[in-house]
Design a protein around this ligand. Structure first.
Ligand SMILES: [Zn+2]
Length: 467
């Protein structure tokens, strides 16, 4: 079976291929930088990262655009309250977002673009929509008239035929029951910052920003548009209306949406006291790769229940993989290949690939890995794993980690590097050879204090970091 995705637009699982050549032109909605991003946001960003990596593992090139929304109502409110410019206010959270992504090992899209750097493009798009009769003005703001776009509702599969024509809304997010004409350009209120423009002073609405930047960099028809399920309506519905009204072409062929994240079985909210930014979770001492693993482990179209026990289980799972990798690297196995394990690795690779190809079914892919690791460990214990079986096992772990990226431990600042550890181990070996056992023990203790555990084996000393 080929790579396939569930397309929100058609409500079907479809085989995937880019429209032209081998490059996937993909747009995903990025953060609004008015605060630190929370773990619900990162569920969606981890999903996009898995999507990127699996598309590449499947032989595709990527041209991926993600926006940074650095102007919106909340940003303006907060910046005005702090007497800062929009730029000053958002710089801090934009930087924080980049740092958080790095900590979670999220790849940087080919283009990370800021809304405020594309205002003239947005103004031109609004002018064109006005010329073609899709807009109207009211009190200095410009609205998109949704009755001029007959396909409105095709993504959220809602029937909007009964909506009151001319009813409009100024906020960017609203209920499905309340479909309204939405703002493309917002007139500034007293004391608010604005951009001067031929269409009048103001600022862009959230929706137009994504349409304009997507089309500018990726062309009129994208292969994939993705985001969290909360964006289906109104944001993505409005993106389709504006974009297709502008170009007369299908805006995106495939729409992918990741489900909500719950915390300890409840909706995450500040009032329930279960609202966590990534930073809040890291401050409790959890390893970033364990958080990444947890967020990746549940297939993206299923709700994910984020629990602290879940992070601990994720850390244990990662440990199993690290220990298995260490065995592969350090143990002496009987020469040649064990035939059963040769067959077994083929099954494992096939099940892993089939799992990921099946709409990124990460649960199935992980099951393939862990069942193999269990069988290989058993075979190693009974001498039925040959030296020639090592390469296949290493290849499987590499395929897995090219997507999940959790095996390498995150180094804390001030932590010893691998080469520093190796040179201390060499010192200890010299001390032992010189029968200076007190010094050898002292070095072992020093390493232990740094979280490095030594094991003396027949094949020599091996070491690992405490997790
Ligand atoms: Zn967007």
């Amino acid at each position: 079976m080929p790579l396939r995705f569930y397309n929100t637009l058609t409500q079907e699982v479809e085989p995937f291929a880019p429209l032209t050549d081998n490059t996937v032109r993909m747009y995903t909605c990025g953060p609004t930088v008015y605060d630190f991003a929370h773990i619900g946001n990162f569920r969606s960003f981890v999903f996009v990262d898995l999507l990127r990596r699996w598309l590449r593992a499947s032989g595709h090139q990527l041209d991926h655009v993600m926006n940074i929304t650095d102007v919106d109502d909340k940003i303006i409110q907060n910046a005005v309250a702090l007497n800062q410019s929009v730029e000053e206010y958002t710089a801090k959270y934009t930087e924080a977002f980049r740092e958080d992504c790095e900590v979670l090992r999220l790849e940087t899209p080919e283009r990370l673009v800021k809304a405020t750097e594309h205002i003239p493009d947005m103004v031109r798009a609004i002018e064109k929509l006005a010329e073609t009769g899709h807009t109207y003005d009211s009190e200095g703001s410009i609205y998109f008239r949704i009755s001029t776009f007959p396909g409105y509702g095709k993504l959220s599969h809602a029937d909007f035929s009964g909506i009151r024509s001319g009813a409009r809304v100024d906020v960017d997010k609203y209920d499905k029951d309340n479909a309204r004409d939405f703002a493309l350009w917002k007139a500034p209120k007293e004391g608010e910052p604005f951009w001067p423009a031929a269409i009048g002073p103001g600022r862009p609405g959230w929706h137009i920003e994504c349409s304009v930047m997507a089309i500018k960099y990726l062309g009129e028809t994208l292969d994939i548009h993705a985001g969290g399920v909360d964006l289906v309506f109104p944001h993505h519905e409005n993106e389709i209306a504006q974009s297709e009204a502008l170009t007369g072409k299908q805006f995106a062929r495939v729409w992918l949406h990741s489900e909500f994240l719950m915390v300890e079985g409840q909706k995450m909210s500040k009032s329930l006291g279960n609202f966590y930014t990534l930073r809040n979770v890291l401050e409790r001492g959890y390893a970033p790769e364990a958080i990444r693993y947890l967020l990746a482990s549940v297939p993206y179209r299923k709700q994910l229940n984020f629990t602290f026990d879940g992070i601990k289980s994720a850390a244990t799972a990662i440990d199993r993989l690290r220990n298995f990798k260490l065995r592969l690297e350090t143990e002496k196995f009987p020469e040649g290949a064990n035939e059963k394990m040769t067959v077994r690795i083929e099954t494992a690779v096939r099940e892993f690939v089939e799992g990921m190809d099946d709409d990124l079914n990460t649960a199935a892919a992980l099951a393939a890995i862990f069942e193999y690791v269990r069988d290989a460990n058993t075979a190693m214990n009974s001498g039925e794993f040959g030296a020639a079986n090592v390469a296949g096992a290493v290849d499987l772990l590499n395929r897995f980690d090219a997507v999940f990226d959790v095996i390498a431990p995150t180094r804390q600042s001030g932590e010893m590097s691998d080469s520093e550890v190796d040179s201390m181990i060499a010192e200890r070996a010299k001390a032992k050879a010189a029968k200076n056992f007190a010094l050898a023990d002292q070095i072992r203790q020093q390493l232990l204090d740094q979280g490095i555990i030594l094991e003396d084996t027949k094949a020599g000393v091996r070491w690992k970091r405490k997790t």
